[in-house]
Design a binder for this molecule. Structure first.
Ligand code: 13P
Length: 254
């Protein structure tokens, strides 16, 4: 049984005041979470604040992106060793917003994964199809290419040391959640694809679902055999709502 991971991706949201409140709420409620692992991924400027607030709690810290290089003349970039230095455990790599808005392709993502591993971080690698791709009947082709591209560049072994997130682009921030059956189908497809290379890695890797997940739909999604957690956007900006998803993770593993 894979332990559920409930990770909040705060995206580019928050002020010092709102982040302080959110962190305090998450820390206060996290003690009641028994079987799920909880993590939050704030924007870079809040990492120090978050590391302090989370110290002594079970909540892990993550970042939303990292540079391909470990240091140097890359104005505006943030390197993986800096994230590790600030107490990050996770780093999200290849979110669909970065793929779409910043042109991140498999070649770039492979470099970011290597940078994250070298810094001792655990990447949360995101994959997912757009609505147009799904409606064209290309969902499997797109997901397979995203997975195969990373296997080709990083090796199947990389999937033994990372978390995956399936985030259908059409479900992100739209309120349109994939049905549990739709999500399970893709998660099973991903696991089978990995099993074609290494059965043990495929069994081990956690595959999180992301896309309009909230307290009211989390239990059904997290009860699917191949859904091992959630990567939560909007609902992670409210501590009670976010923790209700973690509680659903607990309930799903009972
Ligand atoms: P929403 O939960 O806001 O749909 O965002 C999902 C997501 O993109 C998490 O990375």
């Amino acid at each position: 049984m894979r332990k559920p991971l409930i990770a909040g991706n705060w995206k580019m949201n928050g002020t010092k005041a709102s982040v302080e409140t959110l962190l305090a709420g998450v820390v206060a409620g996290a003690g009641a979470i028994e079987r799920s692992e909880v993590a939050v991924c704030p924007p870079y400027p809040f990492l120090q604040m978050a590391a302090s607030a989370l110290a002594g709690s079970s909540v892990r810290l993550g970042a939303q992106n990292c540079a391909t290089a470990a240091s140097g003349a890359f104005t505006g970039e943030v390197a993986a060793p800096m994230l590790a230095d600030f107490g990050c455990h996770y780093v999200i790599i290849g979110h669909s917003e970065r793929r779409a808005m910043y042109g991140e392709d498999e070649a770039i993502l492979a470099k970011k994964l290597a940078a994250a591993f070298a810094a001792g971080l655990t990447p949360i690698l995101c994959v997912g199809e757009t609505l147009e791709e799904r409606e064209r009947g290309d969902m499997e082709k797109v997901i397979a290419a995203q997975i195969d591209g990373i296997i080709a560049l990083c090796g199947i072994g990389a999937f033994g040391s990372l978390e995956l997130a399936y985030e259908p682009v059409w479900a992100i921030g739209t309120g349109k959640t994939a049905t549990p059956a739709q999500a399970q189908e893709v998660h099973a497809f991903i696991r089978a694809r990995l099993a074609g290379h290494d059965a043990a890695v495929a069994q081990k890797v956690r595959i999180l679902y992301g896309g309009s997940m909230k307290g009211s739909n989390a239990l059904e999604l997290l009860s699917q055999p191949d859904i091992d957690g959630g990567l939560i956007g909007g609902a992670a900006l409210n501590a009670d709502e976010f923790l209700s998803i973690a509680k659903a993770g607990d309930a799903a593993t009972q």
